[in-house]
Design a protein. Sequence first.
Lengths: 774, 274
Amino acid sequence: VSARLADVLWRFRYPACALILLGFVALAPLTNFTDLDNDISAWISRDDPVYQTYERFRDEFGGGRALIVALRSPELFTAESLRFVRDVTEDIKRIDRVQRVQSLSTANVVRALPAADSEESGGIEVQPLLDDLEKPDSAAAVRREALGDDLLRGDLVSEDGTVTAIVVTFDEDRIDEVRGEVIDAIHDTVDRRLPAGMEAYYNGSLEISEAYNRITLENTRNLTPPILLLTILAVYVMFRSWRITGVVVISILVSTVWTMGLFVLMGFKYNVLASMLPALVIVLAIADDVHIVQHFTHDLRDTGDRKHAFLSSVEHLFAPLLGASATTALGLLSLATSDVYSVRTFGIGAATGVMVDFVMSLVFVPTLLTLIRPETAPPPQERWLVGPMRAVARLSIAYARPVLACALVAAVLATAGISRLRVDTNHINFFSERHPLHQSADVIDRYLSGIYSFNILFEGAADSMKTPDTLQRMERLRERLQQLPFVRKVVSVADYVKRVNRELYGGSRDAAVVPDSGDAIAQELFVFGLSDDGRVELERMVASDYSRAQMSVKLASMSSDLVFEQINEAERLAAAAFEGSGITVTVTGAGRIFATLDHYLVVSQLSSFATAFVTVFGVIFIVFRSARFGLLGVVANAVPVFAVLGLMGWMDISLNVATVMVASVALGIVDDDTIHFINRYRRETAHGVSSADAIELATIHEGRASLTTAIVNSLGFGLMVFSEYRPTAWFGGLLALTMAVAFIAEVFVVPAVITVLPRVYGRPAALRRVGSAA
Amino acid sequence: VIAAVAASTIATALLGVTGPATGAALPAVATQAEGTPDWVAARIEARDTGKDSRADMRMRLFDRQGRMRERVMTLLARRDPAGDKTLVRFTYPNDIKNTAFLVWEHPGADDERFLYLPALGRVRRIAGAEKQESFVGSDLSYEDIGGREIADYTYSFSDPDAAWTAPDGSRHPAWSLESRARDPHADYPRSVSLVRKDSFVIVHADVYNARDERVKTFDVKKLERVDGIWTVLSLSVANDRDKTRTELETTSIRYNVGLSEADFSRRRLEQHTR
């Protein structure tokens, strides 16, 4: 089959290459990514029930897509600082697409007034908090009133009066078109006039999304060129030929454009995970290309016949390349089982890339190699590495048992590390402590009510959300939730009723209760909704027909597994509080989404890894047509995957949207070299070579190619550690490590197992089981 | 906050008040050259709307999801040189029945407002509420109801020969009048209104924010003469920003019914029967 295919490819090599180049030209314009999508739907499917509940919630109570500006100053309550807050608030209101701005400047304070005469029973006064900053002592009065207001304190102003927030919400239907510009305009408005001693911190879902968009572009711009450059240098150093380097680079570029073009044609959105695809395709393409280049140049040097070199390369490498590519693609494709959109599309995109690389390495690369002037001298890669690789082979054979003992110890350590693995999808933790998002989250968490939240959605019949029973249940639930660790602030419609009731009864704290009369509640809510601000605030807490209401629970920023615990507990408390009320209670909001994402990641990890495990090893068994050698392949490939997972556990690297892919991707990548190695070993033994010599030959030739690709790939993936986005850095770093460990497993563990088990893997066994793959 | 022309027209249309306007610095009609934008603005303000009025109204509030809430109220209004007075009493829905609201306007000073909540049984004074704020939770503001000093604006014609097509399909000559706030910091610095030439009633208005985005649209749905006074009997206000809408329908109205000062006292607020 391989020989016939080689013959067909030789005959149609030019039309095939023309087709590849035509596709390259057609797909190139699609790879200019400007439409980025890092919103929450990049992480969770729009069809997911949890997301749909969240959408229903957002549709009713407005989106949580806000930008939070935290202003911190030891001199916050001075006339100058408060004037700055007022002026900046007004200026932000005038920025395009800004819908509302909440700050100390827009806050109203409600005060009880004494009775003016016998015809009235006192009154209530609603005044802007920053009413008149020109009066002496006005700043002190503002401080007193802001810190005395339960709804403001801890939310818009910190308990110690040193931090205040400006919360900006937008026209959600139109903000995405100009999001970057609007955020820049807000930063500029604030930063330009910041008073001395005041610091501004930015956070909120919109700021995070924008940071993701920036990282997506930066990943593409900053990672792809250095990885390509490094690849060029590494290929040049290994083969010391600009012509070969040129062939490899052209092949890589064509593969990358094809992959990303197909990614777009499949209708996938470009996001922060997809931004790692070009780098991944480049690195993976190298592995295939190095094998072809090494075989082709070696054959050409021996025979001096380009056609022979072409046919020999394709014939000998078709099966192992197909096996290697198919297993890599299947490993990546296993991510398509994930419920996380970005992981799913990354897996499909990367699998596509691998198969594109396979076609390129089999058709495009050898065709280009036939067109260039042949190299006469052996490449440095051959001169430098043959000696050391021979030594490695002899060492593995001579010290087979100690090598396996070391592998066993590593396996035990890895298992212990795996048990320490934890899941964390807290986006703030994805940025370093020095990153502005991390710093702003720290300030908002420490001084205000935190950037993370979840919501409890109450649904019942019309008017059911303003009965005394419902509001009293909400109040009891609030008290219970407030006792949970990490919960910073809980607000529901009951708080608004309590607030109005308190002021209508003279401002006494004792009057801050939910009345027993339904009419009193209805009338107090009516009073609250008389003002514009009151109406808007009520719309965010309760539906106009009082059939739905929500409770907002704000949390400190924390690992999402802790959020998950809090949400589970909140769900339990809410269900208990509303038992028998006829009102359904659902926990939703951003916190709920992240907790769900955690759950999905764990399931993804298991399902995609299980899928990868079955499919990859299935292909290995098919390629070798041997259970014994299949099993050897399994052992050799499991070692690096378990080692990396174990290391993640020991290094406290969480399972998150990026690292969750490492195991499956690694499994798919590392088996390539093992397939080549075992294939070579069996081919040599089939030709009568002894086991020891076959190991030596396989180590020298295939191990050398593996070392070359391991060096190039480890350096390539290693460059990702410079990404400011930690999951990208972890993903790259871990894959680099995987490549290194995989190489060690291939040249030490596989020979050691063969040596220790001569009756299973020795020459006669190899001869007995040799299949067509050889 | 909306432009004076739209505001005063709605105010006069809804409240049916008559007599000289109480706002300060109103440009007298006689001082304006006939046919100029300022003259039109002054004529709108000065048109006959009765000494007092009693109206039954039905307010339909539509939220973002299109859900409708209905409120029914009785509105008493009296024009007074010392300040107009307005009393609104809700009769539906039942849980806010008899909740009442009293406004005493004081030219050149803050208005006084009083609230009566039957569940509390006492009258409460409300101070500090902004004129721009929502009128009883609707898309109308107090300014829309109570009017605004027209001298705060400058006027120009967008189209002196415009036309308004009534809901029944009839076309009426109109001015398209643009009002711009003199205050550079006004939240809603511009509005464009259609003013019917035969009645000086504003029948349509678009209100713009500081970014010159349209935020509110007023549309008169039904305009008739009642007791010889042009009266808006049905009005719709759409809030483009909040995606809400308010429809206000006057189910009955009588002018010059002889309301006295006592009808607008705080004690009267507590009295449930009309």
